[in-house]
Ligand binder design. Sequence first.
Ligand code: AMP
Length: 281
Amino acid sequence: MTIVKTIEEVRAQVKAWRAQGLTVGLVPTMGYLHEGHQSLIARSVAENDRTVVSDFVNPIQFGPTEDLATYPRDIDRDAALCESTGADLIFHPEAEEMYAPDFCTYVDMDHLTKGLCGKTRPIHFRGVCTVVSKLFHIVQPDRAYFGQKDAQQLAVIRRMVRDLNMPLEIVGCPIIREEDGLAKSSRNTYLSAEERQAALCLSRGLNKGRAAIEAGETDAAKVRQIITEEIEAEPMSRIDYVEIVDWNNLEPVDSTEGSILAAVAVYIGKTRLIDNFIIER
Ligand code: AMP
C-alpha cells in the first residue's frame, strides 16, 4: 500500500490499474479512521480489484465556528488500518493541493441540503458535494462507498451522481456501533467519560422510536415525540433536531408507512453527534 499526497500521483496509479483492466473503489474519509470507515474499506476491497481511501479533512465543509482546527488527525494509525484492511492507496493531500488560492467553483444542491443538518450547517453540503466531485474526477472510481451514519450525505451524494450523470455506482453501508449502541464517530474522541455515557441517549431514543413503529405506530409526530422525550431525559443533551423524513427526498412526513429516515442531531456538551435509522419499504 502506498500513501500519496498529489493528484498527479493518484492519476498515474489509477491509469496504470486501468491499463490492466482492473476495477477501482473509492472510500472518501476525513481520517482518524475507526471500524465504521473500516467496514466501507472492507466492502470496497471485496467488490473491486483496487481500493483508494482518501484521507482529507476538507476545510470548505466546516462553518466558521465549527471544529476544523481541532478535528482529530493521525495518518500513521490510519495507514496501518488501511493496510491491514487491504486498501491499495491512500490519497492524503494538503489543503493547498485540493484548493488553489483563487479556487471559486462549487457544486451546490437545492432542497435535499436545506433541512436536517443543512439547517445548522448551511455551507456544509456545498463543501461535501464539491470535494466529493473533485475526488470522483481525480480517482474516477467504478464505485464509491458512503456510510448510512451520515444519511443525509448519502442521499445528497446519490442525488448529485444522478443529477450530474456521474459514471459510477454509490454504495451505502450500514452504521457500525460500539457494543453499547453509540454510533462510531471520529468525534466521539471529544467526549469526556461522563459525556460518553450521556451520548447513549441518541441510540436509546432512536431504538424506542423504531420499536414504536414496529409495534404499529404510524403517526410520525408521535414517533418523533417518543424519540425526543428519551433524548431530553438525559440532562447533558441539547437537541439540534429530531426529524422523520421521506428517505427518497428528505421531506418531512406525517406517516411512517413509506420508506423513512428518522434522524437526530444532539449536542452532548460541546460535541454535536448524529445518528439515525432507515426503514425501507
Ligand atoms: P468521515 O471520516 O466522518 O467523513 O466519514 C467517512 C465515511 O465513513 C462516511 O461515508 C461516513 O458515513 C462513514 N462512516 C463514519 N462513521 C461510520 C459508522 N459508524 N458506520 C458506518 N459508516 C461510517
